[in-house]
Design a protein around this ligand. Sequence first.
Ligand code: MN
Length: 539
Amino acid sequence: MSPHIELVRSKLPEHVYFFDTTMRDGEQTPEVSFTLDEKLKIAQQFDTLGIDIIEAGMPVVSKGDFEACKQISHLGLKAQVIGLARLNKKDIDDVVAADMNAIHVFIATSDLHLRDKLKMTREQVIAKITEMVAYAKSHFNVVEFSAEDATRTDLDFLIKANLTAVQAGATRINIPDTVGTTTPKAFGYVVSKNREALPKDVKICVHCHNDFGLAVANSLAGIENGAEVVHTTFLGIGERAGNASFEQVATALYALYGAKTSIKYKELYKTSKLIERFSNIKIPVQFPLIGKNAFRHESGIHAHAVIQNPRTYEPLTPELIGYPRSDELADIVAQSITIGKHTGSHSLKAKLDELGVTCTQEQFTDIFERLKALGDKRKKIGDIDLITIANDVTGRLAQQDKTVILDELTVLTGSVTPTATAKIRVRLDDGWEQRIDSSIGVGPVDAAVKAILKTFKEIGKIELMEYEIEAVTGGTDALGVTTIKIKDENGIVVSGNAAHEDIVMSSVQAVMNALNKLMKMRKKTNGTAHDTAEAKPSI
Ligand code: MN
């Protein structure tokens, strides 16, 4: 918590209440439509989470909406289940018929809406509020009134409309920034002016839209200026650019302001994932608090510090909101640390320990370099890539046991005859000898393998028994893992594997690994034939 937050904390209400409109405004998101069964599950989860008021829908809209509102009202939740209605009898009667706990009524008040939408005068609007809020009040104890487009309404007229609603029986006054056109300071002013004018026992609510990305900031400004109830949606879904995100408002209130709420924060992430699933709206990776990257650290400096103390680069403990520290991609010291080109050696060491990889210092350096090289080519490197690289490096013969090393390989492929040139080093009794040769082949892999075998004559006649390549992850940039099995003229069979992002290199490295193993086997067996002698694959 910032020490300067004390400046605004004193202005906060004793308790902040959450009015969730995911199933009403959230469902007005293009292409989002919850089934009845989903709505029941959502309502139950909201109740577990501690949402105070659930706007289940607008019963007049459709039979489906009506049925969902009714069934949610019958769940026996602790939360207040509220239904939306325009200021007319039919809309209000439907909320009554749906057995809802409370009603939320609205009418537009801005001159723009009066002139071009409602075609009503201000006087007519005031008369309508008086008549219909009273009608709603005759059925419900709790009546919330919204002056639609409040932030573009003349402030004096807005206060007049709100006071009229209160006089007619409204118990809560909502101030919606319907088109998302206000700013924190301006909105704070509007809320404070209403707070001054309205009776103390009437709670003020805020409902902010995110057209300029200010929904959360505006909501918080409203709360700093007298609002006690905040309208939010999960994932910030809603009309156009959406509404204020529950995740952000609720967690900011708790973690930054230290506000008192009824929210069980541990249920937060789970609830967001439920909405993600039912709405089919993927949570963006960078979405605050719940996005995949919200608690991931790629920079070596950050990751190293987080291992020492998560607070160094984490604004709050992810467990607080039920965010799982581990995911399938990366997880060290319970922190999700992504491996990429900015990964430092501390992170990598911790990661390898976690994955159970043991390696020599030389191998560690090799893995580190391979990782950086891969990180230069692509952004995302998962656990499986790291394991593959580590296995590749640790599975190879140590340098001193190698008989043959590939120094260079050039492959020409495309709409030409595939041609490869290999430059290799062969260990002889009196030291290394460099050789170079070329070959054509039916494809780049065939040409490359033939070129290597041509230069490495000592190996004699080799038969390729098996050749298999598979991508360890999806995508065209996946690491290709090649597994081969070769047999020499004495009948010795060895396997070789290798992983590389370039499939020709992956294949060639697999052949090189197999050749080196074969030479080692031959030394051991003094070149005698062993039909079943197969070197154990090292991975
Ligand atoms: Mn709205």
